[in-house]
Ligand binder design. Structure first.
Ligand code: TXD
Length: 319
């Protein structure tokens, strides 16, 4: 049987980290694709030279040719640009939409059977556009944001309660970032909901609200510190967890931007929800009961995604 092939579209900070993790975890052979000449080739060579030290023999190549992603089992997309000072959200949307068009067409022509994970921002709109341009089935195209947002939330909760992160399981819904909806009733420490931990006097509503706020702004906090880019270690780790769930048919339930057709009362949109991942890609959308506050927050989140899609359709009438 041929080795698993993982294609990474975009060989920037996240793309390079993804390649490193995939090689260390022995997930398969790796293709790093980028439009910039030399960068994917250079990173591939550097990463290949980790092999003798780490003891992996994944074949890692860098390329500027979509033909090299032929037959990929998993594709992770980070291609695009980040917002620079003076650039409006619509400017960014316009640029990355064009990138998604090129990437979608490249995938359609070369790897239509792949499971595709999109990371490029603005996430919920870009994953929708990538699915449209690639024409792949909806269950094979997902967006990564929820695993990262919940990892950030779990990290802060573990810190607050002074417990191991292994015992913290947090639950988020909705779009990436500002409109993310953390659900406290379903966020637990060893099965005990955060709401109960507050009643037990182990924290306060105010402190948890501050943690929620910090989680929502988690990306921005890192951008402000780095000054030259955005987070890449945790985003890469999060996408790799999703790829492993698919490749290993793990039946994991992870938060991800998935295509909704009626679930949570939402149609024809990608929104962050709990997803059962297995060999079939998105095997099931898990619909949980939400209280009125979470429902209202989810509506705000969904409306924000809808607005972005209207802007996408305005920029590219073929959508
Ligand atoms: O949770 C999440 N979804 C995110 C999203 C968390 C963190 C960062 N998030 C977004 O991921 C971020 O806003 C960016 O849109 C992507 C990628 O972030 P990264 O930090 O890896 O950005 P880089 O280092 O700028 O890398 C982008 C690469 C760069 O090498 C470009 O040359 C390349 O994308 N690029 C392209 N590759 C292929 N094809 C095209 N058309 C193309 N255009 C640019």
């Amino acid at each position: 049987m041929a080795r698993t092939k993982i294609a990474l579209i975009g060989a920037g900070n996240i793309g390079g980290t993804l390649a490193h993790l995939a090689a260390l975890k022995g997930l398969g052979d790796i293709v790093l694709f980028d439009v910039v000449e030399g960068v994917p080739q250079g990173k591939a060579l550097d990463l290949s030279q980790c092999g003798p030290v780490e003891g992996f023999d994944s074949k890692i190549i860098g390329t500027n040719d979509y033909a090299d992603i032929k037959g990929a089992d998993v594709i992770i997309v980070t291609a695009g640009v980040a917002r620079k000072p003076g650039m409006s959200r619509d400017d960014l949307l316009g640029i990355n939409l064009k990138v998604m068009k090129a990437v979608g067409e490249g995938i359609k022509a070369n790897a239509p059977d792949a499971f595709v994970i999109c990371i490029t921002n603005p996430l919920d709109a870009m994953v929708w556009a990538l699915r449209e341009f690639s024409g792949l089935p909806h269950n094979k195209v997902v967006g990564m944001a929820g695993v990262l947002d919940s990892a950030r939330f779990s990290h802060f909760l573990a810190d607050e309660f002074q417990v191991s992160v292994k015992d913290v399981n947090s639950f988020v819904l909705g779009g990436h970032g500002d409109t993310m909806v953390p659900v406290l009733e379903y966020s637990t420490v060893s099965g005990i909901p955060v709401t109960d931990l507050i009643s037990m006097g182990l924290s306060t509503k105010e402190r948890i609200d501050a943690i929620v706020k910090r989680t929502r702004g988690g990306g921005g906090e890192i951008v402000a510190l780095l000054k030259t880019g955005s987070a890449f270690y945790a985003p890469a780790t999060s996408a790799i967890a999703m790829a492993e769930a698919y490749l290993g048919d793990q039946k994991r339930i992870l938060p991800a931007a998935a295509y909704l057709s009626g679930e949570y009362g939402v149609n024809d949109l990608y929104v962050g929800v709990p997803v059962l991942f297995g060999a079939g890609g998105v095997e099931k959308i898990i619909e949980v009961k939400l209280d009125d506050e979470a429902k209202a927050n989810l509506t705000v989140s969904v409306d924000a995604v809808k607005e972005l899609l209207v802007a996408c359709k305005g920029i590219d009438p073929s959508l």
